[in-house]
Design a protein around this ligand. Structure first.
Ligand SMILES: NC(=O)C1=CN([C@@H]2O[C@H](COP(=O)(O)OP(=O)(O)OC[C@H]3O[C@@H](n4cnc5c(N)ncnc54)[C@H](O)[C@@H]3O)[C@@H](O)[C@H]2O)C=CC1
Ligand SMILES: O=C(O)CCC(=O)C(=O)O
Length: 412
């Protein structure tokens, strides 16, 4: 049976808080989101019928500051998933030291089968439904799976109309002309690249010529393939929701980047496609799950033939699989650290919106590198000194910020 990601997150939170010396009350506070709103969004479809979509917004903790986290549009979205994702955002913010708690949203839908008009009406309807609990100093959304800068632009416009003033700081991941930040589009992949470089040094792997497999070819996966290809690594496998491409001599990454569609689909153009599960079990130096959750589980963890696993996706490896990989000596860099580049540049975008002054791409990249490199080392060193895996160390560092804020506020 599939591990329940919400319950397993609670288990790690409980253990991490205990290791930090916090008592049961702190766990009671942080074991689930402070607030979860479920909304029903009626949308007039292009054929004249009305379809009612279900959406969620979860806010885990506002002890540190406003909550922050992406919105995903995906048929598999569930309330439990959104809740777990909001908890992971608290931990990401804490690891990088951003003044936020975690939030996350999702709508059960398949944007691949919707027109632009339908997507716009759905995006605007969602903002109207959640408008009471979000805002530039309350909860700041951003893109996630199957959402992009166009969707952020519609959402920002809808929020600004409701509030009757221009509110660029309501949402991040916007187009540049609407107050987006230089570098946000590449930020998640850049953060993953920084973690790969640091992890490779620890594992004694030379990035040049390293064999890399990336699951997912969307925002995170495709930019990552580009960066690693440019760094001289051999990307031998990539995948999307429909299958995987594998070539031990290295794939033609520039060609695949050119042919992918806006949903990160490219394998449908080829005939010699293998499955996502087959790809995960191919031998490589660095494996990067960059698609969806629950991909490396107790069923396949023993068959993973990578030296390092760096999680660009949220929740791709179950706790049972984490244990199996760690026991086998695989260095696993957890999602809450490796994928924190996106929210870090989202924070930079929000800061720029608040001050109305915009930075160059070089400034953004330099600040991102500084934050992620030091976060990697803090987590790695704590894992070594406390003899825990990097996921536990990341949770300990990530939770401390929120727990301390809650303590100072007198909540616990
Ligand atoms: N976009 C961002 O800034 C951030 C994204 N992430 C995480 O990275 C992962 C990927 O997100 P994005 O690249 O933004 O999404 P995206 O929508 O741009 O791309 C998603 C990719 O995953 C593939 N995919 C979808 N369902 C799949 C399935 N069932 N099996 C295999 N592949 C599947 C799609 O075909 C596509 O290639 C997600 O877990 C997301 O939460 C984490 C931090 C920030
Ligand atoms: O950019 C953001 O604010 C959030 C990104 C996100 O949803 C994530 O890191 O999972």
């Amino acid at each position: 049976m599939e591990e329940n990601m919400f319950l397993s997150t609670q288990r790690v939170i409980k253990e991490a808080l205990a290791k930090l010396g916090y008592g049961e009350e702190m766990y009671e506070l942080l074991k689930e989101p402070l607030r979860v709103l479920t909304v029903r969004i009626p949308v007039r479809m292009d054929d004249g019928t009305v379809k009612v979509f279900t959406g969620y917004r979860a806010q885990h903790s506002d002890a540190v500051g406003p909550t922050k986290g992406g919105i995903r549009f995906h048929p598999d979205v569930t309330e439990e998933e959104v809740k777990a994702l909001s908890m992971w955002m608290t931990i990401k913010a804490g690891i990088v030291g951003l003044p936020y708690g975690g939030g996350k949203g999702g709508i059960v839908c398949d944007p691949r089968n919707m027109s632009m008009g339908e997507l716009e009406r759905l995006s605007r309807g969602y903002v109207r439904a959640i408008s009471q609990i979000v805002g530039p100093s309350k909860d700041i959304p951003a893109p996630d799976v199957f959402t992009n800068s166009q969707i952020m632009a519609w959402m920002m416009d809808e929020y600004s109309r409701i509030r009757e003033f221009d509110s660029p700081g309501f949402i991040t991941g916007k187009p540049l002309v609407l107050g987006g930040s230089q570098g946000r589009e590449k930020a998640t992949a850049l953060g993953v690249t920084i973690c790969i470089e640091e992890a490779a040094k620890k594992a004694g792997i030379e990035l040049r010529d390293a064999r890399v497999i990336i699951q997912g070819f969307g925002n995170a996966g495709s930019f990552l393939a580009k960066f690693l290809h440019e760094a001289g690594a051999r990307v031998i496998g990539i995948s999307d929701a429909y299958g995987a491409l594998y070539d031990p001599n290295g794939l033609d990454i520039p060609y695949l980047l050119d042919r992918r569609d806006s949903f990160g689909t490219v394998t449908t153009l080829f005939e010699n496609v293998i499955t996502n599960q087959e790809l995960l079990e191919k031998e490589c130096d660095i494996l990067v799950p960059a698609a969806v959750a629950n991909q490396i589980t107790r069923d396949n963890a023993a068959n993973i033939r990578a030296k390092i696993v760096v999680e660009a996706a949220n929740g791709p490896t179950t706790l049972e699989a984490t244990k199996i990989l760690t026991e086998r000596g695989v260095l696993l860099v957890p999602d809450v650290l490796a994928s924190a580049g996106g929210v870090t540049v989202s924070y930079f975008e929000w800061v720029q919106n608040n001050q109305g002054y915009y930075w160059t791409e070089e400034e953004v990249v330099e600040k991102l590198k500084e934050k992620l490199t030091s976060a990697f080392h803090r987590v790695y060193e704590l894992a070594e000194s406390r003899r825990v895996d990097m996921r536990m160390a990341a949770y300990m560092i990530g939770l401390r910020q929120t727990a301390e804020a809650a303590r100072y506020r007198g909540w616990v």
